[in-house]
Ligand binder design. Structure first.
Ligand code: FAD
Length: 365
């Protein structure tokens, strides 16, 4: 790990979403990178493996702050640029988000629309939401027929295939001969960056695994179903406004759908509950009866790494030890923004982008 005649050496802890992206981009920038991941190369220990990977800053503005919306807006055009650097294809689309509700939930839908309109005032560069009547819903998603009298369309929002992305990033790391250590849990205190024989930088991307050093982190449990429904065609992520089952359905390739997700304050990593499974699948069936004959590929649970204010943050543990965490339910939506802010810190020793995006920087050194 010495830095004789070569670029800086970096250790990345955690190979979930941020760890893989950062290890890849640092290597491309000339760093000699070592990765330590507690689990295997299949990302089983990471919420990124089960996520819907929707890139929906306007839809998410109903539950998050303008800074995260801005990060999401920044990240959307960065994704295709990043994906173009990968050898393996990753499904990415920007067909917008469709919001639906049943008649009895019209008041809740109204409240949601008010929140999104307020977002426009704060982030005017976002595409405007479009109210839809029954014909408008049918024009966007013909297989929903006339089941919905109203809807909302959020143009320009995106999604990608999380598993293809994780696999494609792994492939890049292997091709670039990054020093990969699986089943190798580590902590920042295992390293002394800058000392003789030690890396120049340590990046802690361990998600909830960082809880012992960052005790404010908590888990927010999410349960999802992955199903194959050859009888259903949906072109874009569809969200259902519902007082008890606010689900989304994210259509991936080949009639695979990710239906999610519960949101439970808990670090509980046990398998999905019967109740959550029933609720997710019943709500999906209510959106489209074609889901009745779908086949269940997987029902999974994971915990989203979350800070007390539900916002992401960078945290210095020392001059060259940086923690990146708190991505909560927006990891995919904001990852390119967080990545670029970190790369700017490392390469230019400035935090212009972090400041512009209001990405919080803490100092615990
Ligand atoms: C059900 C669900 C749905 C979601 N849907 C979306 C969505 O639609 N859009 C969106 O933007 N986001 C979504 N997310 C959120 C997204 O998945 C997370 O924000 C993202 O995965 C966080 O990335 P991360 O790299 O910070 O952490 P993680 O992905 O948690 O990765 C951390 C990694 O560190 C490893 N690790 C832990 N301890 C150690 C250790 N001691 N040493 C080494 N390695 C260690 C873990 O094994 C893991 O691989 C969803 C999450 C869930 C659970």
């Amino acid at each position: 790990m010495t830095s004789v005649n070569k670029g800086p050496s970096s250790v990345v802890l955690g190979a979930g979403l941020m760890g893989r992206l950062l290890a890849w981009q640092l290597t491309r920038a000339g760093h000699r990178v070592t990765v330590h991941e507690a689990g295997g190369d299949d990302a089983q220990g990471s919420p990124a493996r089960i996520a819907a990977a929707m890139l929906a800053p306007l839809a998410e503005s109903a539950i998050t702050e303008p800074s995260v919306v801005e990060m999401g807006r920044y990240a959307l055009p960065r994704w295709p640029a990043l994906l173009a650097q990968l050898a393996q294809p990753v499904f990415f689309q920007q067909e917008g988000t469709l919001i639906l509700w049943h008649r009895q939930d019209a008041a809740e839908a109204q409240r949601f629309a008010v929140l999104l309109r307020a977002t426009h005032e704060k982030v005017p560069a976002l595409p405007k939401l479009q109210p839809l009547d029954s014909a408008g819903v049918r024009a966007l998603e013909p297989t929903l027929e006339n089941r919905y009298a109203q809807g909302l369309y959020l143009p320009g929002e995106g999604q990608l295939d999380n598993r293809q992305l994780l696999a494609a990033l792994l492939h890049e790391l292997q091709v670039l001969q990054v020093d990969l250590h699986w089943n190798s849990p580590r902590a920042p205190q295992d390293f002394a960056p800058g000392a003789q024989g030690q890396p120049d930088w340590v990046f802690d991307c361990r998600g909830l695994g960082a809880q012992t050093q960052w005790p404010q982190l908590r888990g927010i449990r999410g349960e999802v179903a992955r199903i194959h429904a050859p009888d259903v065609t949906l072109t874009r992520p569809t969200r259902l406004i519902h007082p008890r089952y606010p689900i989304y359905i994210a259509p991936k390739q080949d009639h695979v759908f990710v239906i999610g997700a519960t949101e439970i304050e808990s670090n509980d990593l046990s398998p999905p509950s019967v109740r959550s499974t029933l609720e997710l699948l019943s709500a999906a069936y209510a959106v489209h009866p074609g889901f009745a004959e779908a086949r269940i590929l997987e029902i999974a649970s994971q915990c989203r790494p979350t800070l007390p204010d539900n916002l992401p943050a960078l945290r210095r543990l020392g001059p060259r030890t940086l923690q990146i965490n708190g991505l909560y339910r927006h990891g995919f939506m904001i990852a390119p923004a967080v990545l670029d802010a970190v790369l700017e810190l490392v390469h230019e020793q400035t935090n212009t982008l972090a400041r512009r995006l209001e990405l919080r920087m803490e100092d615990a050194s």
